[in-house]
Design a protein around this ligand. Structure first.
Ligand code: HXC
Ligand code: NAP
Length: 292
């Protein structure tokens, strides 16, 4: 058994018709592939229909599953409503939503125009709200349950992070929405959870967050206690579990999947791991001598 292997049993997502926003690339594409392998039908959406259709064709061929590619800018509520209408007319019903679409780039905050800040808030926070509200109203009206929401946030949703302040602000809002609706909509059979990933290499994130030689200078593997970045299948395994009925009693949870990275940066004495083994004898002697 390896962590790069698929985890759930065959058919674990049969009967699940799931919308994945931003499903045409990166982690969204990896989740789509695995959900299909487990028997789900998947609607992938983003702004770029050509890219989506290419992904849909590739994954349908690879898995034999059913994918519907629909252009939808999550910033616009009426586009999300239209997208849901088309998705329902194709698959009959939708009972899962993964809010995965995001926008991000690094910048000192004082360099940002008001529009630049808004752009990220609009995609991440308003976009997740638009999809959640549209689907929630539909599920409640049509009495479709159980239904599951999964929000892809980041570890800095609760720690905050310099140089990605609009993203951190927006993801913190999505985290609050996750926990709030977990309680409020439980009575309708709608559960709401989140995943907080650490670094998982994708073109979308790496090009914007580690451009040029920043990839080498700030190699994310080096600041991780496991000394590696995440594998897409690891995240897909977790997402599939959280979207499946095996996770029926999990509601309002945020699962961090980062190899311990954010705690590594936080613990006061974590850097002491750089002390070589031999030096600990000397240090111990020094400390004990002082006690006497
Ligand atoms: C400063 C910038 C900028 C930059 C854009 N802007 N890039 N400002 N520095 N690097 C400004 C523009 O000048 C403009 O403001 C405003 O932002 C909107 O830019 P547009 O290009 O018109 O926006 P749009 O075409 O809507 O594109 C959105 C985008 C783009 C977010 C800017 O990067 C995008 O499409 N991203 C989608 C995919 C993505 O970001 N994936 C990464 C997710 S990683 P003005 O005032 O000039 O009009 C992630 C977490 C990773 O979320 C965590 C890792 C651990
Ligand atoms: P990605 O490939 O760039 O994914 C982002 C997706 O969002 C793209 O497919 C993009 O498609 C879509 N999107 C952007 N703006 C949109 C809009 N207005 N409407 C609809 N779709 C839009 O990057 P990724 O790394 O896979 O990120 C996926 C998720 O993981 C994001 O929520 C991100 O915050 C989170 N995450 C990633 C990492 C990581 O290390 N990769 C770490 C923590 C969290 P279009 O451009 O075609 O619209």
């Amino acid at each position: 058994m390896k962590y790069t292997e698929p985890m759930l049993r065959d058919g674990a997502l049969e009967g699940k018709n799931i919308i994945i926003t931003g499903g045409g690339s990166g982690l969204g594409k990896s989740m789509t592939r695995y959900f299909l392998q487990l028997g789900a039908k998947v609607v992938i959406t983003s702004r770029n229909l050509e890219k989506l259709q290419k992904t849909a064709d590739e994954l349908m061929q690879e898995t034999g599953g059913d994918v519907l590619a629909l252009a939808c800018d999550v910033r616009h509520y009426e586009q999300v409503e239209k997208m849901l209408e088309t998705a329902v007319s194709k698959f009959g019903y939708i009972n899962g939503l993964v809010n995965n679409a995001a926008g991000n780039f690094i910048s000192p905050t004082e360099r940002l125009s008001a529009h630049a800040f808004d752009t990220i808030i609009d995609i991440v926070l308003k976009g997740s709200k638009n999809a959640t509200l549209t689907l929630g109203k539909y599920w409640i009206k049509e009495q479709i349950n159980p239904a599951r929401i999964l929000n892809i946030v980041t570890t800095y949703a609760w720690t905050g992070s310099a140089y990605v302040v609009p993203s951190a602000t927006a993801k913190a809002g999505v985290l609050a929405m996750t926990r709030s609706l977990a309680v409020e909509w439980a009575k309708y059979g709608i559960s709401s959870n989140a995943i907080a990933p650490g670094p998982f290499p994708t073109k979308g994130a790496w090009d914007r967050l580690l451009p040029g030689d920043l990839k080498e200078k700030f190699d994310p593997a080096k600041k991780n206690p496991l000394k590696r970045v995440g594998e897409h299948q690891e995240l897909a395994n977790l997402a599939a579990y959280l979207m499946s009925d095996y996770a029926a009693y999990i509601n309002g949870e945020v699962v961090t999947i980062d190899g311990g990275e954010w705690l590594y940066g936080a613990g006061e004495f974590n850097q002491l791991e750089q002390i070589p083994e031999a030096m600990w004898d000397m240090l111990e002697a020094m400390i004990k001598k002082r006690k006497k």
